[in-house]
Design a protein around this ligand. Structure first.
Ligand SMILES: NC(=O)c1ccc[n+]([C@@H]2O[C@H](COP(=O)([O-])OP(=O)(O)OC[C@H]3O[C@@H](n4cnc5c(N)ncnc54)[C@H](OP(=O)(O)O)[C@@H]3O)[C@@H](O)[C@H]2O)c1
Length: 260
């Protein structure tokens, strides 16, 4: 390889949950990390910890990815700082729980912007130089919700279906150029997301939750092993299989039963 030994990972949604743990995985393996999200204090605390624990460089760039200008601004800031991104982790995302006619339009549109549009734009902006350098890694956090239309999470599940489809397609396209692309598809994980989107009053709160650290570890390992779809738990692997063989209406009603 012609690139320098120290590689740099950009992690979106690094201020909490799975993203903070993914940043930790990369730092543990010696990557410098660029952490982004909206909550600067959280990012700075994590950056200090990763620098002191792992001896890597950790920098913080705040961005609100619901703002359509944010991905370009972030890419420009990193270019100005002469930071090349070897690994892009598109992890920022949120969900909104409820019946479609009763949830907020602006929240739905922000969700599409963060979960799907910003992810696509960041991938476009950072994949090109990876291809030119002949190496790179992209890890997109999708969800088990990508595998089934999900009543009460209709827009969220649709954004994650996009992420999964998009990821598998470009994984195939970019493999020969030396760029590995993977989708991480966790089931329910014990993070702030479950309470932030109003899901904590639903059946989702009663499910067995995975811990964000083990999900991130599986994601990092899966990326390194070149897996295109990473499903972190055996139970979720069985559910993923079921979505392929059961009648579609049955899949939709089972998916919905988790979130009633
Ligand atoms: N928890 C689950 O059950 C579960 C299951 C499957 C997939 N996922 C996916 O995993 C990813 C991480 O979620 P999590 O569970 O770790 O929840 P989380 O702790 O709430 O983390 C979400 C992250 O996304 C960032 N984010 C949200 N809105 C943003 C915005 N407008 N601009 C920039 N950053 C934004 C948050 O940072 P700030 O608030 O600081 O901006 C935070 O760092 C998401 O894509 C989620 O869809 C979660």
């Amino acid at each position: 390889m012609t690139h320098s030994d120290t590689q740099t990972a950009l992690v979106t949604g690094a201020s909490s949950g799975i993203g903070a743990q993914l940043a930790r995985q990369f730092a543990t393996d010696g990557y410098d990390v660029v952490l982004t999200a909206r909550r600067r204090a959280r990012l700075e605390t994590l950056a200090e910890d990763l620098e002191s624990t792992h001896g890597v460089s950790a920098s913080v760039y705040t961005a609100d990815l619901a703002d359509p200008d944010a991905p370009a601004a972030l890419a420009d800031e990193l270019a100005d700082a002469e930071i090349e991104i070897d690994a892009l982790v598109n992890n920022a995302g949120f969900s909104s729980h409820g019946r479609f006619d009763q949830t907020s339009l602006s929240t739905d549109l922000d969700m599409i912007q963060v979960n799907l549009v910003a992810l696509t734009e960041l991938t476009k902006r950072f994949a090109k130089p990876m291809v030119e350098r002949g190496h790179g890694e992209i890890l997109n956090t999708a969800s088990m919700a990508a595998m089934a239309p999900t009543p009460k999470l209709a827009v969220y599940a649709a954004t994650k279906s996009y992420v999964l489809s998009f990821t598998e397609a470009i994984a195939d396209e970019l493999e020969a150029a030396g760029v590995t692309v993977s989708a991480l598809c966790p089931g329910p994980v014990d993070t702030e997301l479950v309470s932030l989107d109003g899901m904590d009053g639903s059946g989702a709160a009663d499910q067995r939750l995975n811990d964000p650290e083990s999900v991130a570890r599986a994601g990092y390992r899966g990326l390194k092993n070149g897996k295109r779809i990473i499903v972190p738990s055996m139970r979720m692997k069985a559910l993923a299989q079921a979505t392929r063989v059961l009648p579609r209406n049955r899949v939709v009603s089972i998916a919905g039963s988790f979130y009633d």
